[in-house]
Ligand binder design. Sequence first.
Ligand code: PHE
Length: 345
Amino acid sequence: MSYDEQITAMEQEFSRELLAVAAAEDLRRLERSFLHVKKGRIRELTRGAAFAELDVEARRSHGAEAAQLEQKMRALLDERLENLTHKDHETTPDIGIDFSLTADVQPGSIQPVMIIQAALEDIFRGMGFRVDEGFEVETEYFNFDAVNVGPDHPARDMQDTFWLENGLVLRTHTSASQVRALRAYGAPLRIIFPGRCFRQEETDASHETSFYQCEGLMVDRGVSVANLLGVMRTLMSEVFEREVKVRLRPGYFPFVEPGFELDLRCLICDGTGCKVCKQSGWVELMPCGMVHPKVLEAGGVPAGFSGFAFGLGMTRLAMMKFGIPDIRLFDSGDLRFHSQFPASA
Ligand code: PHE
């Protein structure tokens, strides 16, 4: 019998005997029989003439395998003991606990944006993307300059910013992590970073001072708009689990060239016009485009690589998916709202 076969045989025998265990004392007997420091059967694996004749390397690896098996057996014994003890409770009439009583347990709720985030992470992992987190408090450099928005660039006006007294900013978009990610991981790279962003907004049904985005970045040799569209289409059909209408318009963002705006047919009013789509029938869902050469350069990406980036509005996506008509509900603290997303569902 080879050593591996010996290990397997021992394990099977142990499992068989474990199955037959009916009480705690059987368990103790089983433990002694297999694992006793001197007389345990498992010791046969690392004893005897055959074992002594092995070279050091083989003895070491056999020893390690035996030790692993021992650990496994101990874990199984513990688990069985746990089961036995519970069973004891169930059958002990005088313990004073009625296990048949149903409890009024509130499972709590999951914040709807987090439901979306978990789904997105799943979908993107399936497409080979890694998931990372950026920083909510950023330097001016990563939030603006690194993504091609210099100090005097008019695009800074597009994002009214909360500045901290120490000169840092509350990131206005998850794009702030683009150059960090490129520097940290290099190319080729497929990554998403979901997270919270902040802007000085006048709040209304679709604007809040804090909202969630999910940034995506794919950089490789020969990446084109076709790859961008392919990924977006897969994404939308998986998220909404139904046919959705999208349209692509040219859009301007300093860190992409060309840049697009992906709009989604409003799922709340189905295009007839409502508060969320501002009566237009379309909701701006996802700005995207090909990563600007300046951004690749700031990220230290060598020549020959190209990529696409997108900034998916997760809060908006949650509103579409769940038919939430007002963004202010998210932070309202209104339990009637939150309890509609039970954790157990
Ligand atoms: N960062 C942009 C915004 O928040 C969105 C964006 C991301 C656009 C990636 C293009 C590419 O408005």
